[in-house]
Design a protein around this ligand. Structure first.
Ligand code: SAM
Ligand code: SF4
Length: 334
């Protein structure tokens, strides 16, 4: 940890500049790979208030965070979340370089214009299929037309949309080429993600797991990939697709560990800081946040946590095994 500076450097020399904040663990969808259908959510009284999340995220910005991503659960279902986004936007240009979110898109139709107004320039929208019936199967509760309306609204408002799709064996593996063509045809980047062993979902993840090495080899028969040095600041590695002119990203936690350049930490809606998506070690920031109106204790707790950020995760997916990490992706955010 660099002492006496605003920068946060972890024990492996990685500069930590990217905070993801899960503003709620709740969601209006129940995606097959993310949640069990009968999920139990946190009692509302355990959640930080929006004012507390604002203070917590602002403390991180003061300590050198350059990028802030709101996620969840579904961030746009948290009541009054636009207040938080507007409030956090005050840091843009004053330390913070980017304020963004990852969303399932269901509420975008109502918020797209306001997001632009708050300085949000790019968003990630999760979309695993272009087939409305399959969309309903994957999300269990989602409405495809509503999500499309949201994506259109964001696009019209001038927000740069990136599509995220989890590659799922036997579910959408026959659609990946179509997703590439559709996303690039609309001018959107597409990032493919391997399903990660996080949280019980009521089924065995080995049945869903589709290695992206295989997907990439198949796509290579259809498209010409040109290596790209583009980085979005996250874990994806990109190629440029010659035939479509678009960018395609791969997030491969299982087939290729992306930890060596990790610049991220994550905080949950209860104020728990996870220094690694794939490890259980965490630091409670709610107690120091509530202990004092000054931020000294909070800053000290953040420093102590960054000083023990682990080198990386050890995700494995094996039949009959419990998930590597017991909490769901929706607790820490993607
Ligand atoms: N609800 C929002 C959404 O779906 O975009 C934000 C939260 S969601 C947890 C963030 C991202 O994590 C989504 O792109 C989702 O597809 C992905 N995700 C959820 N569970 C996952 C898992 N077990 N493995 C890989 N990706 C997962
Ligand atoms: Fe909700 Fe996102 Fe998880 Fe789907 S992936 S259940 S939309 S949190």
């Amino acid at each position: 940890m660099a002492q006496g500076s605003q920068e946060m450097i972890d024990p492996f020399g990685r500069r930590i500049t990217y905070l993801r904040v899960s503003v709620t663990d709740r969601c209006d969808f129940r995606c097959l790979y993310c949640m069990a259908e009968d999920m139990t959510f946190l009692p509302k009284q355990d959640l930080l208030t929006l004012e507390e999340i604002d203070r917590l995220a602002s403390a991180f910005v003061a300590k050198g965070m350059r990028k802030l991503r709101l996620t969840g659960g579904e961030p746009l279902v948290r009541k009054n979340v636009m207040w938080l986004i507007r409030s956090l936007s005050r840091h843009l240009g004053a330390g913070l370089e980017e304020l963004t979110l990852t969303t399932n898109g269901s509420q975008l139709w109502r918020h797209a214009e306001q997001l632009v107004d708050c300085g949000v320039k790019r968003i990630n929208v999760s979309l695993d299929t272009l087939d409305p019936a399959k969309f309903r199967v994957i999300t269990r509760w989602g409405d495809f037309a509503q999500v499309m309306r949201g994506i259109d609204a964001a696009d019209r408002a001038g927000i740069k949309v990136k599509i995220n799709a989890v590659a799922l064996r036997d579910v959408n593996e026959d659609e990946i080429e179509g997703l590439v063509r559709w996303s690039h045809g609309r001018g959107f980047d597409l990032t493919l993600i391997e399903t990660m062993p996080m949280g019980e979902i009521g089924t065995d993840r080995t049945d869903q797991y589709l290695p992206l090495s295989l997907v990439r080899a198949r796509l290579n028969d259809r498209f010409t990939f040109e290596e790209s040095s583009y980085r979005s600041g996250g874990p994806a590695r990109y190629v440029h697709v010659r035939e479509t002119g678009g960018r395609l990203g791969f997030i491969t936690p299982l087939t290729h560990n992306f930890c060596e350049s990790c610049n991220r930490v994550r905080v949950t809606c209860t104020g728990t800081l996870f220094m690694c998506l794939g490890q259980d070690d965490a630091a409670d920031l709610r107690a120091p946040l509530r202990a004092s109106e000054a931020d000294e204790l909070l800053h000290a707790a953040i420093d102590a946590a960054i000083a023990r950020k682990p080198k990386g995760h050890d995700f494995v997916i094996e039949r009959g095994e419990k998930p590597t990490v017991s909490r769901h992706m929706s607790a820490t955010g993607g």
